[in-house]
Design a protein around this ligand. Sequence first.
Ligand code: DGY
Length: 329
Amino acid sequence: MDKAKRILVTRKIPEVGLKQLEAQGFELTKWTRDRPMTPSELVEHSMDHQVLLCTVGDRVDRAFLATCSHLEIISQYAVGHDNIDLNAATDMGIPVGFTPDVLSEATADIAFGLMLATSRKMFFLHKTILKGEWGDFKPTSHLGMELTGKTLGVFGLGRIGIIMAERCKNAYGMEVIYHNRRANNAAEKALNATRVSFDELLAKSDVLSVHCVLSDETRGRFDQAAFTKMKPTSIFINTARGAVHRESDLIKALQSNEIWGAGLDVTDPEPMAKDNPLLSMETVAVLPHVGSGTMEARDGMSRLAAENIIEFYRTGTLPHMVNPGVLKN
Ligand code: DGY
């Protein structure tokens, strides 16, 4: 590089990747406040930078990109990229990197943990202790359900869904069914998984776990019509994006016993209001979007976000790229 490229880092992220970038001669501007930038702050600060290292809370929409079309690369610190208008980035010739794989184990653990916590009402029972309601042994109250031999349905059997399915198969001998646009032959072989229609997934799953990306096709996919087709004993898990389910429909489905329980690491909107009825339901467990929240995963994300930038300037391509078509133009 003749002149040092300037990178705007929009949130505090683990240092490991930032050190790699500094060692390669990049100049970093780090946003240090404990909140995302507002849209106007994002524009203002991006103006004198060639690279944007951003994350899920940053709105990188067409209007932003039209103003900041001078950006040479966007490196997203996340596997999900629904905050970025990819068509607009591609139209403007801006490659977008992301951080897959390194957070798959961590996110699958949260899906698995929410499934178990929901099935045994763990979050609700913990709250009874906090309220001084431990009480005496009641043989028939607050009973959960067992998972052994049940059927796991995966909506979006990709990197994270496969690990969740492996965990469920190994721990509980669960049968695995899935719904994807395309067959995942490797997973079918490894897990003896069966690809089914969306309606079959709804009808047959005891635990239905969502692992898809948020797109026009998946937005609001789990709505009243979908919940009505699920078993009244089923558990719905979402660790992908909150907008894949319709939250008001989910609340109604739980209240009217159309489904039994729900474990959510993602909600719509985020953050969830503290008086949301889901938070006081016995068969619901909610976490504040912490799927990738391990030291290992977050360091890995930092490394990949840096590598995408370093490799782009070294070789002209990104090892982990969301819009490869852009480099053909
Ligand atoms: C992701 O990577 O998409 C997570 O949801 C944010 O950590």
